[in-house]
Design a protein around this ligand. Structure first.
Ligand code: ADP
Ligand code: MG
Length: 578
């Protein structure tokens, strides 16, 4: 007798559920995608206990008639593709016809749409009939994984699951500014967008005013791809890649290599362990992108991947160098009453009654309104700031042996002496490397301790550094020795620099000339430059500032930290209650 049997429907759906709906966030994603595919303009997501107790998605899309409302729960039932060719030109989020039957096999689903109600309990239809409702769809998923306790156990705390859902809704809002999203968690509204098709407004909602203000618009294209969105100035960074929002034809994806191209574009501007904030939609012909890679649809394949990586890296880094603006201390609005009380009580302490009537009336700064449409105007103004380039600064002193103080038209400049010198040195070194300089012989050769596997790869190492006029020789089993160095290393601690170079070679498994590019080398050289924290004369400080002004990118040190901050006159005046 044959041992092989066809699985029954409920079982196949449960198996598929394993891939499509791993956790509440996956369900929210599938349901919202269905709402968007149905042309909804307003989508409300309501969850209880991180979606573990219930998830409800209400939309105002075109909904379903009774026949479709039932068919929707059949496996591989979809209104979105019909023939094999359609798989290569997918314009909707859904196409597999798997989500609803999978979800319904592991939960209790109530669907109300265009006057019909359908109830399905762990895969069994328990109710179908007319039900009064508007156009649109209202779907509730409860008792998730009730019959699959192992799955249920796998879920984390409601807070954690809730944060994943919140994240996915944020990404929907960022990729669909024309749709209003409302997220209600445990009966509290936690996020809402207007849906008036203003991406900057959504960025403002998600990341706050300062970040929205510092957004640079992306509008680039080549023959195959269009890049649209905003990139945030590099003074705002995150510790994870989570704020690198990448969409492909509006679809949220996790394309590691594309994220890396974005990070690379910021390379000159932010520290290595930090990540930028970017919202980027990549628009392309549906023929180039294959979305049918995994049931959860997070992964895609592109037929022209490298071209896209190059485009992103090239255009985004150019936009950054063009649009960098200097740092400025942010000024919070003054609370008039609070400040007044403080002044009065101070004066009380001093028993200085008579002057009380002269307490300065604080000149209220323009109220920072919560008005989103203003953001765009402010942005226009900040573009003008960009044109001013490096300010003219007159040095007035040194602070703590570390900071140069200077006055300028806008206020007081505090310059990080070390960062400024690093930037100047970095550009000098880069220039000298560009030209290719001659060598100088070392009186005492430099010896580098390393491991035997590096010593064995000596030829490979020398091949990589040959362009730089550096040549290593073996010295015993685990050491290398260098007899001469290129001229651009003359102000550099050569021992430290060469050690860094060898360590880098050792750690990066697949190092090649491309990877060890000039920027990396120049950064290493600067890092090892003879350190400066010493007292400088005003003349020397003015020289540092003037050299900084002549740099190609004077606003940040090679590691992306600011070289100076500006304390505006206005801020000082306010603090002194003028
Ligand atoms: P897919 O989205 O891959 O087609 P689903 O299982 O997610 O598969 O949905 C099945 C079908 O149910 C869809 O093709 C669509 O016709 C219909 N449907 C699901 N959700 C909605 C909705 N919110 N509004 C209108 N139709 C919907
Ligand atoms: Mg779907």
């Amino acid at each position: 007798m044959s041992k092989i049997k066809l699985l029954d429907l409920q079982l196949t759906n449960m198996i598929a559920a394993g891939e499509v709906v791993e956790r509440p966030m996956g369900i929210v994603k599938e349901l919202v995608e269905n709402s968007i595919d149905a042309n909804s303009k307003n989508i409300i997501v309501r969850v209880q206990e991180g979606g573990i107790k219930s998830i409800q998605v209400i939309d105002d899309g075109y909904g379903m008639d009774q026949e479709d409302a039932l068919l929707a729960f059949e496996r591989h039932a979809t209104s979105k593709i019909f023939k094999p060719r359609d798989l290569f030109s997918i314009n909707t989020f859904g196409f597999r016809g798997e989500a609803l039957p999978s979800i319904a096999s592991v939960s209790k689903v109530t669907l109300i749409t265009n006057g019909t109600k359908v109830e399905i309990d762990q895969g069994d239809k328990v109710f179908v009939g007319p039900y009064p409702s508007d156009t649109g769809t209202d779907i509730t998923v409860a008792e998730l994984f009730y019959k699959t306790p192992a799955r249920l156990k796998h879920l984390k705390s409601p807070n954690y699951e809730n944060s994943l859902i919140s994240d996915v809704i944020t990404k929907f809002a960022l990729s669909n500014p024309g749709i209003s999203f409302t997220f209600i968690s445990d009966n509290k509204e936690s996020f809402k967008t207007s849906g008036n098709n203003d991406l900057l407004e959504v960025i403002y909602k998600v990341y706050g005013k300062d970040i929205a203000k510092s957004a640079i618009e992306i509008n680039e294209e080549d023959f195959d791809y269009k890049l649209k969105g905003y990139m945030i100035q590099p003074q705002y960074t995150r510790a994870t890649r989570n704020a690198i929002n990448i969409f492909m034809n509006g679809r949220m994806v996790r394309p590691y290599k594309i994220q890396k191209a974005v990070v690379d574009a910021y390379h000159d501007f932010i520290p290595n362990d930090r990540y930028p904030i970017v919202v980027l939609d990549i628009i392309m012909d549906t023929q180039i992108i294959d979305v049918n890679v995994h049931p959860s649809k997070w992964e895609v394949r592109l037929s022209k991947q490298q071209q896209l990586e190059y485009l992103i890296k090239d255009r985004l880094s150019k936009l950054l160098s063009k649009d960098i603006v200097p740092f400025s201390i942010d000024i919070a609005p003054v609370n008039k009453e609070a400040t007044k009380v403080e002044v009065m009580s101070l004066l009380d302490d001093f028993k200085y009654e008579p002057i009380l009537s002269n307490v300065p009336i604080i000149n209220e700064p323009p109220v920072v309104e919560e008005v989103v449409y203003k953001v765009e105007d402010e942005l226009k103004n900040s573009e003008e700031v960009v044109m001013n380039a490096f300010p003219s600064i007159r040095v007035i002193g040194q602070f703590h042996g570390k900071f140069i103080l200077g006055e300028g038209e806008k206020g007081l400049y505090v310059i990080d002496q070390h960062a400024a010198q690093e930037r100047v040195h970095f550009e000098e070194v880069s220039k000298m490397m560009e030209k290719g300089s001659s060598k100088f012989d070392l009186l005492v050769p430099v010896m580098i301790h390393t491991s035997n596997d590096v010593v064995r790869r000596l030829e490979e190492l020398n091949n990589i550094v040959s362009d730089l006029n550096i040549r290593f020789e073996t010295f015993g089993d685990d050491s290398l020795i260098v007899h001469s160095l290129p001229l651009w290393l003359k102000d550099v601690d050569e021992q430290g620099f060469l050690q860094d170079l060898v360590d880098y070679f050792k750690d990066e498994k697949e190092i090649n000339k491309l990877k060890l590019h000039r920027h990396k080398l120049a950064t290493m050289a600067c890092h090892r430059s003879i350190r400066f924290n010493r007292v400088l004369s005003n003349l020397e400080m003015q020289q540092v500032v003037d050299e900084l002004r002549n740099c190609i990118q004077p606003f940040q040190c090679p590691h992306g930290r600011p070289t100076f901050v500006l304390i505006e006159d206005y801020y000082l005046e306010r603090e002194f209650l003028r």
